[in-house]
Design a protein around this ligand. Structure first.
Ligand code: KG4
Ligand code: ZN
Length: 338
């Protein structure tokens, strides 16, 4: 079976091909031009998706040694994400499936991230704890099977990636902030500044807005002219990254104590962070659990995870009629508030 996956929910256009359960292509085109605006500009994002999607599909097929007609199943991200951006990939995918007379499966972007560990050789074992940390979401989930996901907690304000982006902006580092903070923190002391780690009544929920404000106050108090020496910059970045990590580890630890899982799996753009990756490898060792963290190419937004998730839904018997509403009903509630 040849599966074509399409992802266009934010600022990455991606097309992937999975052939007989083997990933043949996972092309990702990142819209770097948003950097100069300090964040993603939705309209520009939609236009860029529109320009690149056709050549990307052509290249992915060529890389997989396949023709359009060889595709058996088309899957595209249907949400959550930027509406205009989503519409490009979703409409392209639906039209392609219609013209080829093949099945179309809409995929929830978050579910794509949740199961992205299955793109690795060493796969998660059910039941597993999934921590999805991206620019839009911070979710802790108990994943019992390909069809059963229980949300344990989510952020009540900013997502972890959003906090990275906002703090990087305060420090004058630019967008996207995650990689910049990680880089700056390499020479920093993670324990120099004790930034707050929120402890909420709901044991699995997260909050990063207090942390973000605390970094802002620290900068305003100590560097009112915004002139931050390099070693201080490194310590702020490192201490902030440490506080985010402590918050993620704290709730995961709680879940490990209350749920009998086999694996811990990290996913989403923030899972690319090496400090967070190492902390979770240590956590898994302490609790004697398997840890699966996807390679960097599968942490950020990518179509391989969409093709994989779509194929699993298809195998489970999911049907989607192309005449349905443009945005198929997604179980948004399950992941909202995140
Ligand atoms: O999953 P993703 O590519 O897109 C969304 O679905 O949001 O995640 C993007 C987020 C951004 O906030 C970015 O700053 C963050 O992932 N990110 C990182 C790192 N690389 C990307 N955060 C921390 N450390 C990194 N190395
Ligand atoms: Zn994502």
């Amino acid at each position: 079976m040849n599966v074509l996956g399409i992802e266009s929910s934010c600022d990455e256009t991606s097309v992937a091909v999975i052939s007989d359960d083997r990933l043949k292509a996972n092309l990702i085109s990142s819209q770097d031009f948003h950097k100069k605006y300090g964040g993603v500009v939705p309209e520009l994002s939609s236009r860029a998706h529109l320009q690149i999607i056709t050549p990307l599909v052509r290249d992915a097929l060529a890389k997989s040694d396949l023709k359009l007609n060889d595709i058996d199943l088309v899957c595209a991200t249907a949400g959550p994400g930027l509406i205009g951006a989503l519409l490009v990939g979703l409409t392209f995918g639906k039209a392609l499936a219609y013209s080829l007379k093949k099945t179309f499966i809409p995929v929830n972007h978050i579910e794509g991230h949740i199961y992205s560990g299955f793109l690795m050789d060493d796969k998660p074992e059910f039941p597993f704890l999934s921590l999805v940390v991206s620019g839009g979401h911070t979710l802790l989930l108990l994943v019992e099977s390909f069809m059963q996901i229980k949300k344990l907690g989510s952020t009540v304000d900013d997502a972890a990636g959003e906090a990275f982006d906002k703090v990087a902006k305060m420090l004058g580092m630019g967008y996207p902030g995650g990689p910049k903070i990680q880089n700056a923190s390499l020479k920093g002391d993670p324990s120099r500044i004790k930034f707050p780690v929120a402890d909420l009544r709901e044991p699995y929920n997260f909050s990063f807005s207090g942390l973000k404000t605390s970094v802002l106050r620290y900068i305003q108090k100590n560097f009112p002219d915004k002139n931050i020496p390099e070693n201080d910059l490194a310590d702020i970045a490192s201490s902030f990254q440490n506080a985010v990590t402590l918050a993620l580890v704290k709730n995961t630890k709680r879940a490990l104590e209350n749920y009998d899982v086999k694996t811990i799996s990290l996913a989403g753009g923030v899972a690319a962070n090496s400090f967070i990756r190492n902390s979770f490898i240590e956590l898994a060792k302490t609790y004697d659990k398997k840890i699966v963290i996807p390679d960097l190419e599968f942490c950020g937004d990518n179509a391989a995870m969409i093709a994989f998730r779509g194929q699993k839904l298809f195998e489970a018997g999911m049907k989607y009629d192309l005449s349905y509403a443009p945005f198929p009903a997604l179980k948004e509630d399950q992941y909202s508030g995140s």
